[in-house]
Design a protein around this ligand. Structure first.
Ligand code: SF4
Ligand code: SF4
Length: 82
């Protein structure tokens, strides 16, 4: 098979990280295959994960599956081609 998975072409994925519950373990950033989607920032003196490059997400759901407290939600919608 060549190129990215078919789902990448037809769907736009977006992840949301709930900063209230995020513990800053960064398991999600470590497992993300693109290594660009999830970053770190400090809120009230505590490190939190945040989505820094949403367009790079390929919707693999690894971050969702690796977050032990389920602070991540992932949605997808059809891409709009012009
Ligand atoms: S895996 Fe979950 S708790 Fe850990 S940094 Fe990512 S969002 Fe936060
Ligand atoms: S769904 Fe996959 S590509 Fe997207 S942020 Fe999570 S681990 Fe990275």
């Amino acid at each position: 098979m060549y190129g990215p998975p078919v789902a990448f072409h037809f769907y736009k994925h977006s992840i949301v990280i709930d900063e209230e519950y995020c513990t800053g373990c960064f398991r999600c950033a470590g497992i993300c295959p693109t290594k660009t989607v999830i970053g770190a920032r400090v809120i009230d003196g505590r490190k939190k994960a945040f989505v820094k490059e949403p367009d790079d997400c390929i919707g693999c759901m690894k971050c969702f599956n690796f977050c032990q407290i389920k602070a991540i939600t992932c949605t997808r919608k059809p891409r709009e081609y012009q």
